[in-house]
Design a protein around this ligand. Structure first.
Ligand code: NDP
Length: 506
């Protein structure tokens, strides 16, 4: 769509909106240099508001600063929550037909600016442009899906024979805090915003301080969509200052959070005495991929590699622990290694990792692996002080002990371990031998085994001979330390609404 009128948005929105291709964005950033990066502003009651405190956002592929992100104070958060509370009074009473139209308009505006979103998402997060484009498509699907879901809802009615009719009636729960991580910024934030608005709630969103850019562009989409003032507000900032103030606010009636398990625990503690608050916590994973000896090796390798290295391994659903049946172990390791070397190259299918602290975290796990004498089949410990961007090539490790932190903790980078198993029972035991339980990949052609093994895996999502296939009505979420609550279709309705039962005597 390209440039905006001079009255539109704010200065940074007008500048960013001109960058409709990677070349234009790169040229803009080169001309601006690091002395005058984009200055992001909060979005409250359909207005952009400058902040006084900022932090730097970097382009992971170059390591250069490209934007200044507000660190919103508790006062700024309170102001946004107050506006969302005022807006809730009328938004919660709009018909689903009206809300559906707004969601469709938002989807349309993102579609019209598809490349703009993809370009900035790639620059901000480090992901490849191709991957960013897929995630923009998925963000559009989030709005389209919930825009129609709300038009076709059913409710339960029960008879108490000869006595009464009962039926369930739902209403929007109130103002929500929507808090998202940095790995799939636009996709994950819209996965919360779309159902929240669709079910009649208003929101204050806080994206990760590390990747705020696509949420900032989204604010302009909300403004252009004509959404009533205060329905959707975005405050930028870090977790301890901005995020914490938001989740603790007594006016916030629910929190939909995606992020790390430690933060999920903190949010639960911070809201423990606000028992009314709905909490949906989508947390970390350390997901197994099980490869049985009946597989088509070529297809199994492709699926396992994609599950391990897509988005540099920075997807909560990535399969970072591969277990292979011993009879095909050697063949799998060599075919997998060649495939990864041929297909997961820097700047091709591999982007840069998101931030210097995260780069250092991944590096520390690789140092630990080396100190424990794991074998680096490919890959190495990256430089301590990267000079030209935050690049880590794929690492395949073997010989890692089941008790090692490398095997047990989420690394969230392009690092995968491969180990052997003999029997189905052992495969299930190894898969479940972890405090997390988000997702798993099961690779086998045996139909009976699919159910036998699949139904024993302690994970909210089990992909059989595939990975990352999503239908937006299916319950999304994890078991064990990977979270509580499910989102998607009617499960999102449970998050964002309260239910009452009416009893009508005969
Ligand atoms: P974090 O838990 O560090 O942060 C997630 C969000 O929470 C950020 O916006 C963060 O702000 C904010 N936050 C941090 N502290 C608080 C607090 N005390 N109160 C309120 N908000 C707070 O996760 P990451 O951003 O590092 O993301 C990676 C993690 O997310 C991984 O563990 C990954 O598995 C998980 N994840 C889970 C998914 C799922 O669906 N289950 C999907 C995608 C990722 P800020 O960063 O600005 O400080």
């Amino acid at each position: 769509m390209g440039s905006l009128s001079t009255e539109a948005g704010c200065q940074a929105i007008r500048e960013a909106w001109n960058c409709t291709s990677l070349e234009k964005a790169e040229s803009f950033l080169t001309t601006q240099g690091s002395s005058a990066p984009l200055e992001l502003e909060n979005f409250v009651s359909n207005k952009f508001n400058p902040s006084t405190q900022h932090l730097d956002a970097i382009n992971p592929k170059t390591g250069k600063v490209f934007a200044r992100v507000p660190v919103s104070s508790a006062q700024e958060v309170d102001e946004a929550v107050k506006n969302a509370t005022d807006a809730f009074k009328s938004w919660s009473k709009t018909t689903v037909a009206v809300r559906s139209k707004y969601l469709q308009k938002i989807a349309q505006l993102i579609q019209e600016n598809h490349e703009l979103f993809a370009v900035w998402e790639s620059l901000d997060q480090g992901k490849t442009l191709a991957r960013a484009r897929v995630e923009v498509d998925r963000a559009i699907s989030n709005f389209n899906y919930f825009s129609t879901f709300i038009l076709h809802q059913e409710t339960a009615a029960r008879m108490i024979d000869g006595v009464a009719l009962t039926y369930e009636h739902r209403s929007p729960a109130g103002v929500f805090a929507l808090i998202s991580p940095w790995n799939m910024p636009l996709y994950l934030l819209t996965w919360k915003i779309a159902p929240c608005l669709a079910f009649g709630c208003t929101a204050v969103a806080k994206p990760s301080e590390v990747t705020s850019m696509s949420a900032f562009l989204l604010c302009e989409v909300f403004r252009q969509s004509g959404l009533p003032s205060g329905v959707m507000n975005v405050v930028f900032g870090d977790g301890p200052t901005t995020g914490s103030a938001l989740v603790r606010s007594p006016l916030v009636k629910g929190v939909s959070f995606t992020g790390g398990t430690a933060t999920g625990i903190q949010i639960r503690k911070d809201t423990a005495d606000q028992i009314y608050k709905h909490l949906s916590l989508e947390l970390g994973g350390k997901n197994p991929t099980l490869v049985f000896d009946d597989v088509d090796l070529t297809k199994a390798v492709e699926t396992a590699a994609m599950a391990a290295f897509e988005n540099q391994g920075e997807i909560c659903l990535c399969g970072s622990r591969i277990y292979v049946q011993s009879s095909i172990y050697d063949r799998f390791v060599s075919t997998f290694t060649s495939y990864v070397q041929d297909n997961y190259k820097r700047g091709g299918r591999m982007g840069a990792v998101v931030s210097l602290p995260h780069y250092r975290k991944i590096r520390s796990y690789l140092e630990l692996a080396a100190s424990e004498e794991a074998q680096f089949v490919i890959g190495e410990i990256p430089a301590a002080d990267p000079q030209d961007g935050l690049w880590i090539d794929p690492v395949i490790l073997t010989g890692v002990s089941t008790s090692s932190r490398v095997m047990r903790e989420e690394i969230f980078g392009p690092v995968v371990t491969i180990a052997k198993f003999e029997t189905e029972e052992e495969a299930v035991e190894l898969a479940n031998d972890n405090p997390n339980g988000l997702a798993a990949v099961l690779l086998t052609k045996d139909g009976a085994r699919i159910r036998r093994v699949g139904e024993q895996i302690e994970a909210g999502l089990v992909w059989v001979n595939c990975w990352l296939v999503r239908e937006l009505g299916t319950p999304f979420g994890g078991m064990k330390n990977s979270g509580t609550g499910r989102e998607g279709g009617e499960y999102s309705r449970d998050v964002f609404t309260v239910v009452r039962t009416l009893h009508i005597p005969m």
